[in-house]
Design a protein around this ligand. Structure first.
Ligand SMILES: [Zn+2]
Length: 85
């Protein structure tokens, strides 16, 4: 994830065009994953890389610490290197 305050910037990964989309952002804090829906992000149309602006990242921090979640879901965690099969 890269901070960028420019509008209509190009993708630093592949130099592709980015467009603004509302995404579901995964915010990891310690052992907890927070999902925040409808986060405005710049998404590269070529490689799919997502970029959040600095003010959006700051708002996300506030949301996961203070806001009331709209719902809770269970998440299964797997380890690729330690499977039974
Ligand atoms: Zn790209």
């Amino acid at each position: 994830m890269t901070m960028n305050t420019q509008q209509n910037h190009i993708c630093p990964e592949c130099a592709g065009r980015t467009e603004q989309q509302n995404i579901t952002h995964e915010h990891m804090h310690g052992d907890t994953i927070y999902l925040v829906q409808n986060v405005p992000a710049w998404v590269c149309v070529q490689c799919g890389e997502r970029y959040l602006e600095a003010n959006v990242i700051a708002a996300l921090e506030n949301i996961v610490q203070q806001a009331t979640p709209v719902k809770k879901i269970e998440t299964s965690v797997y380890d690729f290197a330690h499977t039974d099969s």
